[in-house]
Design a protein around this ligand. Sequence first.
Ligand code: PLP
Length: 389
Amino acid sequence: MKGFSSIDKEYTASTYKRFDLEIISGKGSILTDSSGKEYIDLGSGIGVTAFGINDEVWKNAVTEQLSKVQHTSNLYYTEPSALLAEALCRKTGFKKVFFSNSGAEANECAIKAARKYGNDTKGEGCYKIVTLVNSFHGRTITTLSATGQDSFHKLFNPLTDGFIHIRANDISALKETLDESVCAVMFEVCQGEGGVIPLEKNFVDEMVKICREKDILLVTDEVQTGNGRTGELYGYMNYGFTPDIVSTAKGLGGGLPIGATLLGDKVKAVFSYGDHGSTFGANPVCCAGALSIINRLDKAFLDEVKAKSEYIFKTLGSLENIESVRGLGLMIGFKAKNKTSAEIVSGCMEKGVLCLTAKDRVRLLPALNIPEATLEKAINVIKEVVEEN
Ligand SMILES: *Cc1c(COP(=O)(O)O)cnc(C)c1O
């Protein structure tokens, strides 16, 4: 041990229960700790390092921009954010993009856009946003309020008013809730922190239909499901509809902090000068890195993501001791019959594989470009851990 973990424990706010693991460096899907031990990384910094650690294409894009200008302000134009906004719109059909620095901020922007739209179209009383029980939308007070998990709420009252939580896949609850005071529904197509739970297709279909009829905005929180993670560019594309607003972050920056809120036709003009802003938002270095990520998420690449996903589903799904495997693309959660997810994570770590958890599941979010052989090696380790007693 280099010993910086003890310094961290002494001086860093105690919000994170870290593993006893000091990460020093890495390459691709391999991380190296302070004792020189190597790990296969199936967590990607929670779905952030989409093309792995120290990826050459991403690093070149970032360092090239770094040697030009690292930051100006949003008073001036810079090329990377212009090109990234264009790429995001061209690839999705969305019309405008607002850049921020995190998932929570991307959601804050989505919430402001939805409220403004409600106010513009239906008046002041139209501000409520329906979200789902067990969702996760971030840690700011407002995105916590949007989050449909009471355990996150209780210590931080008063919360932001105007969020209604309904159960996922409950169409009658949704119908009862959607009145003139509701401007939007916001949801993850596959709940990540909630335990890797994809929404049912017929619930999504019905929700889309009702919201269209009532001119209620559809907002997908694609902070985790976005940017190729599910095998499609954005998670909603698995469901055959297009939302009005998409928020994203995590994998978008490939490891640098960036959030983006995509605004569709209905809301493309909802913001005017001064309505929203961010000092660091649209940072040219982060945008240059993000552009190098987005440009590589073409059909051939996404087909590889899907093939790796199928391999994991098939291999883990066939194991006697695994109760269930669920998820979308390379966002996968599984549960064993004989061990808790914490036991599996620590067993894997000992054998050199890093996995995440989400609720009672082991969660896998490998780099999208993880080499097949590396993935197979890691899955074999999981298999060993799940099969031993
Ligand atoms: C991680 C996450 C967030 C919060 O993102 P931060 O960058 O930590 O603010 C919001 N929504 C979803 C679905 C997430 O997975």
